[in-house]
Ligand binder design. Sequence first.
Ligand SMILES: Cc1cc2nc3c(=O)[nH]c(=O)nc-3n(C[C@H](O)[C@H](O)[C@H](O)COP(=O)(O)OP(=O)(O)OC[C@H]3O[C@@H](n4cnc5c(N)ncnc54)[C@H](O)[C@@H]3O)c2cc1C
Length: 556
Amino acid sequence: MSSALDVGQPKTSPSAAPSSTTSPTSSSPSIQNFRPRAAILGAGISGLSASVSLRRAGWSCTIFERSLFSNETGAAITLPPNASLCLSRWGFDFNKAEPVPNWSIRFARADTLEVVKSEEYEGFGEDLGVGGEKGHGGSWGVHRADLHWGLRELVGAQRVKGAISRSKENTKETEGKIDGGHGTKRMVDGGPVRIELGREVVGLDCEEGVIEFRDGTKLEGWDLVVVADGAHSKLLPSILPPSSTPSSYLTQPTSRSIYRFLLPLTPSSPLLTNPSLRPHFLPHSQGGPLPGFLSWHDPIKDVLWVSYPCRGGRVLNNAIVHDTPPQPSGEAGESSPPGRGWSTAVGKEEVLKVLSGFHGAVRALVDLAYEEEGEEKEEEENGRGTGEKGIKVHHLFKRPALNSFVRGKAVVMGDAAHVMMPTHAAGGAIAIESAATMEVLFRDFPSDPPQLGEFVKRRLKLFDQLRIPRCNLTMLASNAGPQWLNVEGVEEEVRRYHKGPLPHKDTLPWTKEFRQVLFCYDAFEAAKEAVRKEGRVAVAASRSGAMGSEVEAENM
Ligand SMILES: Cc1cc2nc3c(=O)[nH]c(=O)nc-3n(C[C@H](O)[C@H](O)[C@H](O)COP(=O)(O)OP(=O)(O)OC[C@H]3O[C@@H](n4cnc5c(N)ncnc54)[C@H](O)[C@@H]3O)c2cc1C
């Protein structure tokens, strides 16, 4: 990382960009210190990744996050090579996050646990030149809390027990009541990236770069605004064309939901002591399978239980996709209206009813999820727990593909830009890719304000050209589900955005063809090539302009 990125304390509100006329590569100290200013709205995987990448590109970033970061989600996330490549280049601490390689996928019957199809892909990621070695890209399962903390550390916050806290070296923190009465505000200022918690953004002027908060205050003068407020984005309509109808930006609940929970994968766990389960979960070093996905499927009720290890192999992440049972009226989750939010608890009886077709040893794991506290307790003592017990349920949502992610000085990314089913475990990964794209597109900025404005608009156009095909392909493939191109109309829709090769219509999620198309992508290289092309076009245009003037002069 350039040392220039660590200079200059961010201010509470953005000031107008310095009116320098020379480039930031000039030796003038005032110009060296020039930092365009980005507001990032939301501090999920997307917002944190965007701030890491823009910081690396030399921007001064402020994240505004609605919540107080009081909760971490008790679940894991798969990081395919397209994402881990970015994290690796950003200096993400893989050793601390303790991800487990994802090097195999096994499809098994829910009733007998017999594996009916499997693929191994040890070293997946080597085709991107990042290898499968720990700490150098590859394909991983990681606890979400560990990913969040790793990203927060990259922007300057430190991992401590409980909520976010002060980094002794480079973090200032102030707490107090803010005007407007929406609770305690906590500010964390880590190096050049500032995170303001308890700051809900309710309005956005994309053309002018103005954001408005729930308490009615406004901050203006941003050179770039990154909207990363998640699937149920309230800010997306500001980015879309004014003619957009609610059906183009409101998420629609699907008929499917997910139960999610973690189980200890310690030697005394039934996962390793029960003879029916042990062969599936034994570490590879002790004769077990390569680590990765294990998918038990009940075709009668169409229930799919997917598990994979994380946190150094000591924890098993579980996600059970099922038809949403009829809901009692009025049940609503805070972040997922209507229906159940990400952290809605569910009763054991409901889960066991859904799993009626599953092997007894597997059903017994549900009891364990409600009983087990050991691993969580221990991890909490280490400052990494999630505070979650039992099983949580989450509705799955969809939204139509967008034709553009940009407007004026604003760009939307992550789940706010593309809401997808977890079929390919790809939503977070594609957001990390988008952030890496930003890093390349937004460095080499001019320091002259009018030029900077033009630069941002030009590069946002490039962002669209790069990201619309990739993000929409990933979303549409995920939302089609395992039926993929057998679902009527999907191929036609995918082809509106993506011109490259597609997996065959009967290809199962995460098998070779999908891995090749969705995950073997180097966002940095793609963006660099787009910037080079932009440069070639500009040179050709100026040459043809010069030639045009010469011809005009000759004709005079
Ligand atoms: C069951 C399941 C499994 C998944 N598994 C995988 C996987 O294995 N691999 C993968 O890559 N992806 C996976 N995904 C997708 C992935 O979890 C999401 O794509 C990713 O978490 C989205 O991050 P985000 O930052 O865009 O949104 P969010 O995580 O929703 O973050 C949005 C943030 O914005 C804040 N916010 C909201 N409104 C405002 C506002 N007005 N002002 C300020 N702040 C605001 C919120 O508090 C929140 O912190 C999975 C998804 C599900 C549902």
